[in-house]
Ligand binder design. Structure first.
Ligand code: NAD
Length: 396
């Protein structure tokens, strides 16, 4: 099959196995070009196949020589259909980990489901004994409660007021105004149910109960604060409420874990192109503007650079992990630098459809978006026939 990108709105419905493999290899190469981290030994990553979760798995394995278990949703290719990018990424990761002599396992299933948790516990017991780092990096629009069967949908809406701002169609460069109506109380509640801390806490409770965590286990999940520009739609919006809940959950779990030397943190990360962030109105235009400024200043980072810095300069340093006054790890420090934000705001005021490619890095955004699905990657022959049916080694 010759695989070309096919898009529907902000998603790409096809992905390229060779391109995804090349993208994973680039991340591995980056981590291997940096000093080795004295980090975790056995790591569980929930939401491991793309974005921050994949980068954390690669950093743990290839930066600290950790054994890893990755949890993500199953997907498979056939003669007619490609698998998901996450599936191809994971196939490439498993292959590279095996070649590097690292233990690695993929548990595919719904992270929110009890059975997936039970499957993971079994694999830890059998293969690793205990884990000393649990990364929770699930980003989802929907959750089915595994006890009640109730389905919750998350929304990306402001709270208490209508929000109007610029947004861009990143395929065409057309800048328009978008107006978003406020979320209802139910929508806020449901967004917190999907993206808040409940499932992370359920995982840690289940893993602790099964005695598969080391006494000094570290667990992390990811949050975002961002700029004034995105405040109404992000931090003060429905997703922000979920992040408040996630952050409160981290503090609560940290209190519980610290009696044995364990720790739980939320990591406030920078805004960048992932499948999840491309779905948020206004955010792609903000990220394109941010990329332009951060690249000019030589401080641009993608998921793997953020992840390496998180492990090497925050989580696994001598002495205490530096946190802000709310107990959060901050790796969004460069994004929120005053000079960076001042320039993004200035640029934001003047950007239109006519000047967008000069003023912002929309072209970089667009390219990275397609790279998430294995396209537009150097060294890959997109005219060649490829087999979309790729097997993941050690998939359970
Ligand atoms: P992503 O879409 O790249 O990754 C989400 C992961 O969750 C994937 O591995 C996917 O397979 C997995 N997943 C989703 N639903 C699942 C389910 N039901 N069962 C199993 N796995 C499931 O997104 P991302 O941007 O890397 O997001 C990860 C975290 O980082 C989120 O908490 C997000 O809010 C946070 N974050 C993202 C940004 C950003 O700009 N992208 C910035 C700061 C924080």
């Amino acid at each position: 099959m010759i695989i070309k990108p096919r898009t529907r709105g902000f998603i790409c419905t096809t992905s390229h196995p060779a391109g995804c493999a090349a993208q994973v290899q680039e991340q591995i190469d980056y981590v291997q070009s940096k000093p080795q981290i004295q980090g975790p030994k056995n790591v569980l990553v929930i939401g491991a196949s793309t974005g921050y979760g994949l980068a954390a798995r690669i950093t743990a394995a290839f930066g600290a020589r950790a054994n890893t278990i990755g949890v993500y949703r199953p997907s498979s290719g056939s003669e007619k259909r490609t698998a998901s990018a996450g599936w191809y990424n994971s196939a490439a990761f498993e292959q590279a980990a095996q070649e590097a002599g690292l233990k690695s396992f993929s548990v595919t299933g719904d992270a929110f489901a009890k059975e997936t948790k039970e499957k993971v516990i079994e694999v830890i017991k059998k293969e690793l004994g205990k884990v000393d780092l649990v990364v929770y990096s699930v980003a989802s629009a929907r959750k089915t409660d595994s006890q009640t069967g109730e389905v919750y949908n998350s929304v990306l809406k402001p709270i208490g007021k209508t929000f109007t701002n610029k947004t861009v169609n990143f395929h065409t460069g057309e800048v328009t105004e978008v107006t978003l109506e406020p979320a209802t109380e139910k929508e806020i509640h449901d967004t917190v149910a999907v993206m808040g801390g409940d499932d992370w806490e359920d995982w840690i409770r289940a893993l602790r109960g099964a005695e598969v965590l080391t006494e000094d286990v570290t667990t992390i999940s990811y949050s975002y604060i961002g700029s004034e520009i995105t405040q109404d739609i992000y931090r003060d919006g429905s997703i922000g409420r979920a992040k408040d809940h996630l952050e409160a959950t981290a503090l609560k779990m940290n209190d519980e874990l610290k009696s044995t030397g364990g720790r739980a943190y939320v990591v406030v990360s920078k805004g960048l192109v992932t499948q999840s962030s491309s779905a948020i109105p206004v955010v792609p235009l903000y990220i394109s503007s941010l990329y332009k400024i951060m690249k000019e200043k030589g401080i641009h980072e993608g998921t793997i650079e953020q992840s390496y810095r998180l492990f090497a300069d925050r989580l696994y340093v001598e002495g205490d992990t530096p946190v802000d006054k709310s107990g959060r790890i901050r790796i969004d420090d460069w994004e929120l630098r005053e000079d960076v934000q001042a320039e993004v705001v200035k640029l934001w005021d003047s950007v239109t459809s006519d000047n967008i490619y000069e003023l912002t890095d929309l072209e970089g955004y667009r390219r990275e978006f397609f790279q998430l699905f294995g396209f537009e990657t150097e060294g890959v022959d997109y005219e060649a026939e490829v087999d979309p049916d790729v097997k993941v080694l050690h998939s359970i």
